[in-house]
Write a protein that binds this ligand. Sequence first.
Ligand code: PEP
Length: 251
Amino acid sequence: MRKPVIAGNWKMYKLLAEAAETVLKLKSLVTNAGHCEIVIAPVFTQLKTIADRLEGSNIQLSAQDCASESEFGPHTGEVSTSMLRDAGCSHVIIGHSERRQFYGDTDQSVNKKVKAAAAAGLFAIVCVGESLAERDAGAEENIVKGQLLNGLEGLTLADTERIIIAYEPVWAIGTGKTATPEQAQEMHAFIRRTISEIHGESVANAMRILYGGSVKPDNVGLLMEQADIDGALVGGASLEAESFAKIVNYK
Ligand code: PEP
């Protein structure tokens, strides 16, 4: 009953011509993929062009971040969620660990951004996950619970319908180390229980929880077999149309 989501995070890669070429290839490779929702997230400057190239396809567009303020105003360098809608986005990634580690995102700013996404009617792909030191200290559940409680604080029932969680253990991002399907399932089940405590069981049962961290064509199948894994957020392996299409077509 939860439609899987396979999302590609292109991070700060690709100039426009290459991005457009990748999208063109990808479109033809995933035309028959009705079993999941497909999302790609290029950089801000490419959103409108890529949105135009995606028109009529089964691929949706995401930004990689958004402003925490949703009104027009003096916020130099920021891009609001209504501007993302205007450029053709349906989704936005919020609280990616690279933004938390290097660009000052906190649970509090994540919460403001999630509310700004809700105000604009965007799906928010909200990233949570522990570092290696936190896992080694046995603190992974506490860390993720805190990120969920603070990041999703104060949402209405309607807002929760547009939340997608991405569990991305920081130690598995871009490292080639994937959480085992069992490790991932254990945390996904914990996340669903936590969502249930905050927002109730029916919200928790409907919410998609994606796994992210070195997902590749050869490990996606086993991950997707897990009961609480509802898709993937893919970095490196989403950059090439062929490998991303293999992940999309995991079935
Ligand atoms: C990511 O950037 O969200 C990610 C999961 O990257 P990778 O697949 O390269 O580990």
